[in-house]
Design a protein around this ligand. Structure first.
Ligand code: UDP
Ligand code: MG
Length: 167
């Protein structure tokens, strides 16, 4: 069954110049990339992304981590992979959440670390199931940024909407 999955290259992955390595590893899946962008990560976006973990003691740290506050890189790369069993394929390549427990050949096993304050810096995020993938994709992307139709959408007329164009 074809699925969409959100993959984020987190700020540590960007800071360590791992973008190419991570994309090369993910290309082993033969999945299609249907959206990709660099994104500024506001506190509100990071909190919403990790809202299912808001009662965990590490929540404030992972919000800062995703925002780039720990890496002096206030951005993340967001991609949507699409194809057969996309979630399982990408999560397998990513490896376990804890980089010390992740298989050593997985992306997290190869490049992740646990900080002295206990944060799992595991270089990528991959949605964990279909409802989460849909929620996360709608959080990170607008419909026009995705080159296939993933979810129902509607047209609205936005009046007096200010936007930048090339000067
Ligand atoms: N995390 C952490 N300590 C933990 C659990 C999670 O630092 O004990 C971080 C880690 O970066 C992880 C993120 O919080 O990727 C989200 O946790 P989740 O349980 O959703 O793991 P994932 O789906 O990313 O494998
Ligand atoms: Mg998760």
């Amino acid at each position: 069954m074809n699925q969409a999955v959100l993959v984020l290259i987190k700020p540590d992955g960007l800071k360590k110049s791992l973008t190419g390595n991570i994309l090369t590893r993910l290309s082993e899946t033969k999945l299609e990339i249907v959206a990709a962008k660099m994104a500024r990560v506001s506190k509100a976006l990071a909190e919403e992304h990790y809202k299912h973990l808001k009662d965990k003691p590490f929540f404030p740290e992972i919000v800062k981590y995703l925002q780039g506050e720990l890496h002096d890189r206030k951005k993340a790369m967001a991609l949507i992979y699409w194809g057969e069993d996309a979630i399982k394929k990408c999560r397998e390549l990513a490896g376990s959440t804890n980089p010390e427990e992740a298989e050593s050949t997985s992306i997290r096993g190869s490049y992740g670390r646990i900080t002295t304050s206990g944060v799992y810096e595991n270089v990528i995020h991959v949605s964990s199931n279909e409802p989460e993938a849909e929620r996360e994709i709608k959080l990170w992307f607008n419909p026009e940024e995705i080159i296939v139709d993933l979810y129902p959408k509607k047209s609205i007329v936005v009046k007096e909407h200010k936007k930048s164009i090339w000067a």
